[in-house]
Design a protein around this ligand. Structure first.
Ligand code: G3P
Length: 218
């Protein structure tokens, strides 16, 4: 799977998110590659009924009903959102919240993608059995220097911890990935997909770059 985190980039603001998601839908169908998108939180309802999975960028451990300004999975599910990133390095939360949110997504049959910064966190959180663990060294985020080339051992170590755990968690990796070659290298090292943002969102031709990434995953 390849997950595109749109963050709060201006390039996908307003109606532009619709065009972006439609481009990804077409490519996902053409190459039979699973592409998921995390739009900015306030735009999620605009694209949640797409044919490709839409994930939140963050969820809160807050209750249904009289709570204000929180994003909660129960309501996201009712809007057809399929899951969420948890603990992205730009939105870290406590381990207690991580535990509760993974559990909540499981109960709701929604997909959890837990972001971690290093191998120690892979070891710590694999026990919670999230659907995906995405390893991203924060210093490479947005740098254009791919984790798969700069820190290959990080991916192979994370892959071996997850494989040895024998649970169903799959590994994703991200940070600085900007080309099909970076994607292919990540897969070669044991990642089952990637988590990407600027390399796609800020590219001039979305169709071209998403296709390049998709082909590297086929
Ligand atoms: O969530 C994806 C992310 O943090 C990686 O960002 O811009 O380096 O692809 P980027």
């Amino acid at each position: 799977m390849f997950v595109i985190n749109c963050k709060n980039y201006e390039e996908i603001s307003g109606d532009k998110i619709i065009k972006f998601v439609k481009t990804a839908e077409k490519i996902s169908k053409k190459y039979k590659v699973k592409i998921a998108i995390s739009p900015p939180q306030h735009l999620i309802g605009l694209v949640a009924s797409s044919t490709i999975p839409i994930f939140a960028q963050h969820i809160d451990d807050s209750k249904i009903g009289s709570t204000t300004g929180f994003i909660i999975p129960e309501l996201l599910k009712k809007s057809k959102v399929k899951g969420s990133l948890i603990n992205h390095s730009e939105h870290r939360i406590s381990s207690k919240e991580i535990e509760r949110l993974i559990l909540k997504l499981k109960e709701l049959k929604m997909v959890s993608i837990l972001c971690v910064k290093d191998v120690a966190e892979v070891k710590k959180y694999v026990k919670l059995n999230p659907d995906y663990i995405a390893i991203e060294p924060s210093e490479l985020i947005g740098s254009g220097k791919a984790v798969s080339k700069e820190q290959p051992e990080l991916i192979s170590k994370a892959a071996s911890i997850i494989n040895n755990s024998k649970n169903k968690t799959k590994l994703l990796c991200g940070a600085g990935i900007v080309s099909g070659e970076d994607v292919a290298k990540a897969i070669e090292l044991g990642s089952k997909g990637i988590l990407v943002a600027s390399g796609i969102i800020k590219a001039k031709d979305w169709n071209k770059i998403i296709s390049e990434f998709a082909k590297a995953l086929v």
